[in-house]
Write a protein that binds this ligand. Sequence first.
Ligand SMILES: NC(=O)CC[C@H](N)C(=O)O
Length: 305
Amino acid sequence: MQLLLTELLEKNRKWTHFGKVAAYIPELMNANSNALGITVVDIEGNVYKAGDYEEKFTMQSVSKPITLMLALMDRGAEFVFERVGMEPSGDAFNSMRKLETINPSKPLNPMINAGAIAVTSLIQGDSYEEKFQRILELFRKLSCNPNLKINESVYLSEKRTGDRNRSMAYFLRDVGILEGDVESILDLYFKQCSIEVDCEDIARIGALLANQGVMLGTGEQVVPKEITQIAKTFMVTCGMYDASGEFAINVGVPAKSGVGGGIMCAVPNRMGIGVVGPALDAKGNSMGGLKILQDISKELSLSMF
Ligand SMILES: NC(=O)CC[C@H](N)C(=O)O
């Protein structure tokens, strides 16, 4: 396994030159566009690493299935899905064009920005600070990393420039999907996106999802099985934005990408995989990450289909 990872990583490193780091959040331009790293955590708890697996990156959209699980634990599925849909959008992650044309007017799914902002607004807590602490605590628990924290510069950079998300959030309050202070909700969302991780952190979260919500080692049921099933299903249908169909064909496992360059995979009953490669393709997915996952899936017959 170790040999295979190293070999596939070096084989696919060239792809990083064909992508570009995200620029619409200015601070993300400082990411190392040549980096490519991977960590696998299998269900037995074995850990394998290759390449630039120590590279730090911010969760960005990789955070979306995790806050979805917290909102589902806090509010129940009925309440959550009254406010956000279950269908792929076929549009870019930050698109807002369908918000006004669909009826009832609610974001199509929790993996696009509009849906994720709506989900984040549902997290319980007496104050926004408490809500954020609850989000951070869950991320720390699932990743088995008590030291996770936000990258302040990335957070401030998105807060300063995130006008597209801001406009969607105000629209969502107008149509009654969001309640409360829009700026505080956005602040919470920007903070969740700015949580800084490495490949192993997201591989461990992927492994917990792959293991039906049960923590490896301790056997603790951290997230109810049905909720992990919902999260994984969204990862299959919408996790790679408007490239989810292609990814399902080429790789065939539940996965979530983010514009920080991360991709988190949960291979049911087998393993969690964390990949980093900040050079992105036109749809915002890690260029090198996609290629290495495609190879690993073939070599290890990971596709669920
Ligand atoms: N696709 C992403 O990773 C998007 C996350 C980013 N924070 C945004 O809201 O635009």
